[in-house]
Design a protein around this ligand. Structure first.
Ligand code: FAD
Ligand code: EPU
Length: 339
């Protein structure tokens, strides 16, 4: 039986630790509960927020609608020759899935170790880190269409994955709830250590032939050294995307700032390191009121305690303005703004 709670604090449901509340709140542990919930016209018509681990959102206001917290669990696998298909419930903790795969030596997700959040949210922004994106291991997902109450499978092509993008953030925004994700992994490890910091840390450890467990441990080590732990300091990871600009725009920036940190991007574009741009504007490690940027990674905005969502949002606008003034580049927020 579904339990709809009223006036629930969301403070422990968002990694920024912002103290807001939800008018209604329901936890979903089985997909049939979604059918039951949305068969009721009241909930079809109420504004909704689908919530996983709350690690990629900034709650600016109280949410005057229904928060649907995804808690569908379960991990299963099927092996066919060297291929492994792992399917996990949308409410599984992402890093539990990674640990499951690393422990079984199913290769593919080890570079994505220690990313917070849920399996169900992983396709939304095509999570990525240390040279791998979700799309590299994604097979398909199953999703519930709220308007029709039906389930549909999405293939990799259907999802239109891009850098921190998918169809679920674009034309199908807020229309589907992802109930499970299937991954295509391998029994044959193809180790990816191209991201500079991984090579460096493997060398420090004297490892020349890394296993997937080594890669997972090294990635976790690098992440802990750079990123604040949300259990002690509120944050949602990178607050902005790394901006991708055209080769012509890049030439203008580089002429003025020869050290600008950059990487080749799709379609001849150039990706700039937003953390570098923000640091150059003097924001790195700065505290402004209850908020600020992280001392080891300027791309991460933090809640030093007691920040409101509005305060963090206003601070992020200040950063956007100063990066634009200095570099002529517009940063876009990567974090979902809930207002
Ligand atoms: P939430 O924050 O709960 O939701 C995010 C969005 O997805 C919202 O729009 C929500 O409505 C929607 N959503 C959530 N679940 C579902 C569902 N089942 N169906 C449909 N919509 C849904 N991200 C990276 O890509 N790479 C990183 O390296 C990385 N590092 C991070 C480090 C830290 C310290 C933190 C705090 C965050 C980091 N992130 C990173 C961001 C975050 O971990 C990911 O975006 C993650 O996928 C969010 O999962 P979540 O369950 O917390 O999503
Ligand atoms: N840099 C600075 N100053 C800073 C931060 C970064 O100069 O304060 C420069 C450095 O030159 C550094 C480079 O930027 O070498 C890249 O920094 P880093 O390796 O930390 O990666 P990032 O581009 O800042 C991205 C993702 C992270 C992901 C890492 C590792 C985005 C928006 N962010 O950060 O994802 O973990 O790469 O792959 O693409 C997230 O999405 O929440 C997230 C943490």
């Amino acid at each position: 039986m579904l339990q709809i709670q009223e006036n629930v604090s969301l403070k422990n449901f968002n990694t920024f630790g912002i103290d807001t509340s939800a008018r209604y709140f329901v936890e979903i542990a089985h997909e049939t509960e979604l059918t039951e919930l949305f068969a009721d016209p009241q909930w079809q018509q109420t504004e909704r927020l689908i919530l996983g681990g709350g690690s990629n959102m900034l709650m600016v206001d109280d949410f005057d609608g229904l928060v649907v917290r995804m808690n569908i669990r379960g991990i299963e696998h099927r092996i066919s020759h060297d291929d492994v298909y792992v399917e996990a419930g949308g409410g599984e903790v992402w890093n539990d899935l990674v640990n499951y795969c690393v422990a079984h030596e199913y290769a593919g997700v080890e570079n994505l170790s220690l990313i917070p959040g849920s399996v169900g949210a992983s396709p939304i922004q095509n999570i990525g880190a240390y040279g791998v994106e979700l799309k590299d291991v994604f097979h398909s997902c199953r999703a519930f269409e709220i308007a029709t109450g039906t389930f549909r499978n999405f293939s990799k092509e259907d999802c239109k994955f891009g850098y921190r993008e998918s169809i679920f953030k674009a034309e199908l925004k807020e229309q589907y709830i992802i109930v499970s994700v299937k991954f295509h992994l391998s029994l044959v490890a193809s180790i990816n250590t191209r991201y500079g910091a991984i090579e460096q840390e493997l060398q420090n450890r004297g490892i020349s032939n890394p296993t997937i467990k080594d890669v997972s441990q090294v990635v976790a080590h690098i992440r802990v050294s750079k990123l604040p732990d949300p259990s002690t300091i509120g944050n949602a990871g990178s607050f902005f995307k790394n901006p991708v600009i055209s080769a012509e725009e890049f030439a203008v920036v580089q002429a003025k700032f020869p050290d600008v940190v950059n990487y080749p991007a799709a379609d001849g574009g150039v990706k700039l390191a937003a953390g570098w741009l923000i640091e150059q504007c003097g924001w790195k490690g700065k505290t402004v009121g209850h908020t600020g940027t992280w001392k080891n990674q300027a791309l991460v905005l933090v809640n030093h305690g007691g920040a409101t969502g509005q305060e963090v949002y206003n601070f992020s606008s200040q950063i956007i303005d100063s990066v634009y003034t200095k570099f002529g580049v517009t940063l876009q927020r990567e974090v979902n703004i809930i207002s």
